[in-house]
Design a protein around this ligand. Structure first.
Ligand code: ATP
Ligand code: TZP
Ligand code: MG
Ligand code: MG
Length: 268
């Protein structure tokens, strides 16, 4: 059974502490995929929610003191209870507060996956790359090297997205080149992807290498975007956004296998 089928069969509960821009889109995207979203932020319950979830997805997009404390408590509970943790370091590098906060979180929490654009991941590990708000700036740096160094430093899978996505555990590295440029016109396309990654991390069996599942998540999301763009040609980002949700529900394991563009490169 493919990882995608497992997600749809097991319907994992995904605890999201995310930003105010993307919460409904993220919940709808997870439902379309076949996962079960739960947005919960209160100190009084985040540890309990994390404990019973298949994965916890932490996103600092509209952070403040209370959100950061909720993220810390949820992450700690997930770690104690062996629940996978995905961190989306939205805007790391844009302000000192964001950079210091994500650096504190990666010191205190054990991550399963870090997913961001190249600027965010660089800034998490103390390497600089320009960022304009939440969007990566232009740059000529070595995206594969940055991802591999981040994975080795943090001891987790690192995903750097863009036109081509890099997925690595620091030893083995994959590139996926599905996707569509319209994804850059939909706010929350990256945040939803981080939660989709959470759903694919949730169904990895105990002791199983999570990397293969995450690679499939990236190819799946990119294929859904490609078909959504084909179906809404000439209509623009609004129609594309809705069709992306439809395709998260409709892409089958067969279509995914036919269209996935995945290649492994030398890692480490
Ligand atoms: P940013 O804020 O820099 O746009 P993000 O958090 O929105 O970052 P992206 O890097 O845009 O995240 O990745 C979200 C999805 O969009 C991924 O599936 C990625 O493969 C896809 N994507 C991003 N840019 C392109 C592109 N130019 N062409 C095709 N797919 C893309
Ligand atoms: N501002 C703060 S969080 C956010 C914006 C626009 C959403 C970012 O979403 P993504 O997925 O990184 O485009
Ligand atoms: Mg984007
Ligand atoms: Mg983002």
């Amino acid at each position: 059974m493919s990882y995608l089928e497992r997600v749809r069969t097991q319907n994992p509960l995904i605890h999201n502490i995310t930003n105010i821009v993307v919460a409904p889109f993220t919940a709808n995207g997870l439902l379309a995929l076949g996962a079960s979203p739960f947005m919960a932020y209160a100190y009084e319950e985040v540890a309990d929610v994390a404990k019973i979830s298949g994965a916890v997805v932490l996103n600092i997009g509209t952070l403040d003191e209370k959100v950061v404390e909720a993220i810390r408590l949820a992450g700690q509970s997930a770690n104690v209870n062996n629940v996978p943790v995905v961190l989306d370091p939205v805007g790391a590098g844009a302000t000192p507060y964001r950079t210091e906060t994500v650096q504190m979180l990666v010191r205190e929490l054990r991550l399963t996956v870090l997913r961001g654009n190249v600027a965010e991941v660089s800034n998490v590990i103390g390497e600089s790359w320009s960022i304009k708000g939440v969007d990566a700036g232009q740059g000529e740096g070595d995206r594969i090297g940055i991802a591999e160094r981040a994975a080795q430093k943090l001891g987790c899978v690192v995903v750097i997205t863009g036109r081509e996505d890099v997925i690595t555990d620091g030893q083995t590295t994959f590139l996926t080149s599905n996707g569509h440029v319209l994804l850059t016109q939909v706010t929350g396309a990256g945040c939803l992807l981080s939660s989709v990654i959470g759903a694919f991390a949730a169904i990895a069996k105990p002791g199983e290498d999570v990397l293969g599942s995450i690679v499939e998540a990236l190819a799946f999301y990119g294929v859904a975007a490609e078909i959504a763009a084909e179906r809404t040609a000439d209509l623009g980002p609004g129609s594309f956004q809705i069709e992306l949700l439809n395709q998260l529900a409709q892409v089958t394991p067969d279509v995914l296998a036919q269209r996935a563009q995945v290649r492994q490169i030398d890692g480490g």
